[in-house]
Design a protein around this ligand. Sequence first.
Ligand code: BTN
Length: 245
Amino acid sequence: MYNEKPIIYLHFDTLTSTNTWVKENAVSLNPDVLTCVTALAQTQGRGRYSRPWISPRSQNVYTTFYCCIESQAPYLFNLGQVLSLSCARILISRGFSPAIKWPNDLLLQQKKVAGVLCETFPVLDRVGIALGIGINANMSISELATIDQPATSLAASSSTSWDIESLVISLATAFSRDLMQLQRQGFSHFQKEYEHLLAFRGRLVLSDDGIAGFLEGVDEQGQLLLKIQDGTLHSLRANALRPID
Ligand code: BTN
């Protein structure tokens, strides 16, 4: 039995968006392996909530992983969380101390360094997944200042430049292993490690579905655990949250 999914790498010079390319070309891709699509530049890189994702040439990682899963797979919601964890690990192995901002942003010193965009679409009787990740690798401080939220890059946080190809290969290798674990064992295998890296633990936060509480961690399904005013624990699948203390 394999411990990781076989990986196929597809590399492009310029795409509008690696996620868009995957969605438009999924029919020609093998649904039973992990396809890793990268581009040197994106002309219409997209983030969550239809925000643009600034994608200057040869400076950052722009990657989308494509795979197919069973419809109703209980771990669908966890794919982005696990990719952020795989990414956190490869950053830790390079000497960084990342935190995960619920559900799958990566922060360095409270500034965003990477984000994940998970899109799904039907493929025959299964679900196609376009799981995109952007890692700000070598963007300069002046370019980072054009982003509409506090952002950093690996280079800005370490005064060293980083090899994009090696980041992609490490990430794809880590994620192919983690994806297999997720499919076999569910999110509970990752719960403690994810919780350990979760930003704002113990702080009062407000979720985008209007629930305020102290951030305790995540449950075995990867749902957010908030301790609300009456002392009870609430698990929820909010899209975003922010600290309010
Ligand atoms: C976010 O934090 O809002 C998610 C950002 C996701 C950006 C990546 S870059 C590669 C892939 N292609 C895109 O157009 N978006 C994702």
